[in-house]
Design a protein around this ligand. Structure first.
Ligand code: F1P
Length: 345
């Protein structure tokens, strides 16, 4: 909450990130924005892709730093590369930005740890200031990254004229409501506890989402894998019919992020397809969604917000679900086996 509020300074023209102000022209004139990151931070980059395309109308690519660094990517001086990293020490992300820097791109780092290697290797940047992540798996760093990326996309959109001043203002005031809504989600934790109790012993989970919530499905699955060691797959809901549908039976819980948006009817039909195969549906829906309540085995309601900001809210119950399942299975949620906080090799 403090991270977001601290950054919304209306008198100062909204964004307090000096790096964005200083390098604003670079962003405005960028022929392309490339996000490079690993793990959870890569998922934040995927959310940002939707935001930058919608609000700033700049072509975007999102790259796994671990692949990008070994390719021979086509980079020009007009590219802006945004590196996202909680620790600021991830070796693959660092190598990716060194490569892009050599090819003349401008590097913008979004890190949580002040003075970290990636922050120092970047030309400019913004800190997420999410506070120390006590556990290995990124949680609040993810929402803080998405919040910072939203602010940058809005600011660049306004500068480029892709967003009108009134739309910009209304999105910023909606963003200002997010901390309250996140708190509301944290207070309604009981629902995730009872769902965790029912599914803590299953071997597989499927997560589905569309649009802005497709990356949230990936992140929900990753969090479950990382801390509870249950196998989980995240997919764009529309891809279900291209393979994962074969896995669905009465033993498969499917988490569907089914908030109201342009693709809502399609998500409803995905839920029908899962139900027809006896899959168990855990749906994340908008408050008062009776249509899905009637179809799903469990619903978790979220407060309404602009579609672009839903990842900031839908992520919370998925993190809580992973957390409670992991605790019930006796896993150490702060120090999962085989994982390191900073992957430096
Ligand atoms: C990337 C990351 C995290 C994950 C784990 C291993 O780290 O994959 O997303 O939760 O901690 O590293 P970072 O570059 O965001 O620090």
């Amino acid at each position: 909450r403090d991270t977001l509020r601290g950054r919304l300074l209306p008198d100062e023209g909204i964004i307090s990130m000096s790096g964005v102000k200083e390098y604003g022209a670079k962003f405005e004139n960028a022929s392309r924005i490339l996000f490079v990151a690993c793990g959870t931070s890569w998922h934040a980059g995927l959310v940002a892709e939707y935001m930058f395309e919608e609000f700033a109308r700049i072509p975007v690519e999102v790259e796994y730093a671990s692949e990008f660094r070994y390719r021979n990517p086509i980079i020009t001086e007009d590219d802006v590369v945004i590196a996202i990293s909680q620790s600021g020490e991830t070796a693959d992300t660092l190598a990716a930005i060194e490569l892009a820097k050599k090819k003349g791109a401008t590097i913008f780092g979004i890190c949580n740890v002040v003075g970290s290697s990636i922050a120092r290797a970047s030309h400019a940047g913004a800190y997420t200031h999410a506070g120390p992540e006590i556990g290995v798996a990124s949680t609040k760093a993810f929402t803080a990254q998405v919040a910072v990326l939203a602010l940058i996309a809005l600011e660049i959109g306004r500068r480029k004229g892709a967003l009108t001043e009134s739309r910009f203002r209304s999105l910023i005031s909606e963003l200002d409501q997010i901390p309250k809504k996140v708190e509301q989600m944290l207070e309604s934790e009981d629902m995730t506890v009872s769902i965790a109790e029912m599914y803590k012993d299953v071997s597989n989970f499927l997560y589905l989402g569309r649009g802005y919530n497709f990356p949230v499905a990936l992140e929900g699955a990753l969090k479950l894998k990382e801390i509870s060691y249950i196998h989980a797959e995240g997919y764009p809901a529309a891809e279900m019919k291209h393979g994962p549908i074969a896995l669905i039976d009465e033993n498969m819980p499917v988490v569907v992020i089914a908030t109201k948006n342009g693709q809502y009817e399609k998500v409803v039909s995905n839920i029908q397809e899962i139900k027809a195969r006896n899959g168990k549906i855990i749906a994340v829906v908008n408050e008062g969604d009776e249509t899905i309540r009637e179809m799903a085995d469990h619903v978790i309601e979220i407060p309404d917000t602009d579609e672009a900001f839903t990842p900031l809210i839908t992520t919370i119950p998925l993190q809580l679900l992973s957390y409670h399942i992991a605790v019930m299975r006796g896993c150490n949620v702060d120090q999962p086996r085989n994982l390191a906080k900073s992957v430096t090799v």
